[in-house]
Design a binder for this molecule. Sequence first.
Ligand code: SF4
Length: 364
Amino acid sequence: MFNLTEILNQAEFTKEELMYLLALRGDEQRKLFLRAAIIKEKFVGKKTYFRGLIEFSNICHKNCLYCGIRAANNKVNRYLLQKDSILEAVKFAYNNKYASIVLQAGEREDDEFINFINDLLVDIAKICNGELGITLSVGEQKTEVYKKWFDLGANRYLLRIEASNKDLYEKLHPNNSKHSFDRRLACLKNLQKIGYQTGTGVMISSPYQILNDLADDLLFFKAFDIDMVGMGPFIEHEQTPLFKHCKELPSLNERFLTSLNMIAILRIMMPEINIAAATALQAIDPVGREKAIQLGANVIMPNITPSLNRKDYLLYENKPCTDEGADECLDCLVARIDMAGDEIAWGEQGNSLHYQNRMKKRKE
Ligand code: SF4
């Protein structure tokens, strides 16, 4: 038998305790949320940091079995934004004091793509005098490429492991060298070694996943000493091979509740990391991200991709805010964060405290 009050006063959990916490619902779940909210306030404050998300290309050379923009999906209208459009979105973020942006795209390792990002980083540095935090989320790359982008000003990298259990990973991806779990893990390690604030994440309640896997994911984040996490509920996309499993999955509401538990538990386990309130939460509950903010998340990624292209970046179905302009999205977000009881940290990059402490220790 577990004693919830005692467990919630711990900072570390066994795998059995994690599985118990992940399954909490009702009043006990509310106690977990309350504890996580207290830890959030104590360690990172009641503050939400903005990262303006620019989904600059949906061209991808990979075929993850759950993803709507996988290379084999020929129903997708493919795009690569013009550099000028991306820079307009960057200026919007800079002028509106977002202080950070995320440049996200499908995975490509060709020279044309790498040089495109090189040039982009040079131009962004000119626009913002190096004052914007820049997260890249463009997948697995060679170490020298990661290094070059770091030297050009990118200071954070998000590479979701999606499933820290290799067997599960291999069920969610094609079985070939382009989709190697070992390479993905090696890339994460390289990013950390180079000096990026390193972020990862997992899908929650995906096909084949059991609670045991989610407990392992939480232990993985801790053991890896990760600086940032973005994770959200699995939402099926009709044009993908894994869609056939959707009837076997927990209800959307269950997936949502488990996702909130993951965020709350992680905040208690790793109080100084940055945790994003994933957009997939909002696809299930209109105020899903705000709920996540209340119980532990401290980062939100307003989509500032030119709205014409947003409908073509559908990794999953019912993705919200695909037809709104950046201004409309900003207005509704400001009101929602306020309702969630947080203040928006305008003009603050909000670098991961965990990262700052990790780097201090590295120097000692
Ligand atoms: S999840 Fe990422 S790497 Fe995989 S197919 Fe989708 S965009 Fe490509």
